[in-house]
Design a binder for this molecule. Sequence first.
Ligand code: SF4
Ligand code: SF4
Length: 118
Amino acid sequence: MSTPNPDAASTSCEGPVDESCAEPHCSRCDAVCCRLTVVVMPEDRVPSHLLDTRNGLTVMAHDEEGWCVALDSARMCCSIYESRPEVCRRFVMGGPYCRSVRAEYSERRALGIELVAY
Ligand code: SF4
Ligand code: SF4
């Protein structure tokens, strides 16, 4: 899915992960938006080893668990924050899409449903 993505892992990495929290904040999130498909545009400056191709589009590659390979999984922060794709820069923390992906993620975890890559 080509979607706006995460400004996610962009902010502080402190604090517990809590997708059920009423007011979303990256510091209390599993960087859920970093599971979305991020289309990388020619003008983006992302290192080539982090890229993949899907349906003819250049996208951020995902790891085996479905997160963007640029995510620092120890801190749940974007490891290429300064050069993250434009689509990531436009993703709004607390916006409708952020809330939607967090809600779906929480529901799947609560029900023990296997997570899916988007
Ligand atoms: S889903 Fe929302 S709260 Fe979570 S990391 Fe992405 S922008 Fe931040
Ligand atoms: S490039 Fe950074 S902000 Fe964008 S999806 Fe990957 S880890 Fe998240």
